[in-house]
Design a protein around this ligand. Sequence first.
Ligand code: PLP
Length: 431
Amino acid sequence: MRFHSTRDAGLTATLSVALRRGIAPDGGLYVPDSFPQFALTDFDGLTGIAAVAPTFLAPFFAGDPLAAQVPAIVAEAFNFPVPLKRLPVAHDASVLELFHGPTVAFKDFGARFLAACMVRIPRPSGRTLTILVATSGDTGGAVAAAFHGRPGIEVVVLFPRGLVSPRQELQLTCWGGNVRSLSVAGTFDDCQRLVKAAFADPGLNAQRELSSANSINIGRLLPQACYYVATSLAEYRRTGQKVNFIVPSGNLGNVLAAVWARKAGLPIGELLLTFNANRTVPEFLETGVWAPRPSVPTLASAMDVGNPSNMERLRDLYPEHAQMLGAVRATSVSDAAIQARIQTDRVALGETWCPHTACAAEAYAQLSEADQAKGPWVLVGTAHPAKFPETVEPLVGHAIPVPESLARLLELPRAVLEVPATLEALAAALQ
Ligand SMILES: *Cc1c(COP(=O)(O)O)cnc(C)c1O
């Protein structure tokens, strides 16, 4: 399988090269040349993400130097539980808890998989590989955790100062060693812009080998597709129906993985994207006009994205507006509705949502009776509520027990460098 740039179908790479580069040389994003077409029987006897992943991933790794190592990569990356919990509601609905990895958000899937791949890609130059990662809160911690202590690799995390939760900030700044974190005077979009500018800068690229671990890296999307494969198979085997997902969305990496799994023949029905007050995508679906804008801060801060990178991949698949409307639906949820939903469902369902997962729960509650009844729905749970105690605890009226993996990190000392949102400042920090 070859992968090509969204901006030039002739600019192709193997998977290893696409993983290592992060972004295509022309600034486009790598996408597969074609999608494998699976029959459900291809997965007979396989249950759970670690079991289905080698089968699903094999065609994407075909012909790549990493192909033989996919089982080892999967075993190393997916070593934590992924529970699918039925919810006590009138129709068939469940929550897929993607937050039982080391940094208790779904970003652990992509980050751990990417790290497991990256350390296995031979680097003839022998130079240290610098991984740049812009984060709206959760990616940076997951990438830092996944790469911490890996020889020959350093990680530089850029996060928007004051716009991540205090516990997210701890997870971004507690590592030391081969991980550095930069607190940028700007928004997530500024951080993302700086990373892209660093890649485009000939001087910086001459000095060091750069790579990216953002959701623009295809090495994050393929592992995320695996939980949609495992979940859709489990639900299809249970109900005989395609499963519909509600995905809390920001940069669109999570939902794009679901789109790819559906393209590859998995039994996935509707994909309902739920956003916070950052309405770039819902407005695009309503009007057909793509109008990226600065992000606004919300309680679901990891979704505060005004110019989602992965839209470029989605539009590559669905260039016509009508096609896009046939592929996904979108809704947006206000901070007030997030708060009300956390309160309501604590009592009604016995569930404590993080502010992001609450967007999915609210989107589900707003579905019509007919929509709720049309096959199983899965709410994608993207983070553990203990990551956002300052928002969630006052609403549910009690302290949220902290998972052990998170508790361990909260004990560590912190180190952070404050920088303005300029390429010069990033270049200086990299010296
Ligand atoms: C990153 C993140 C999202 C948004 O995911 P995208 O892939 O950027 O769309 C949602 N919720 C949480 C908790 C996140 O960390």
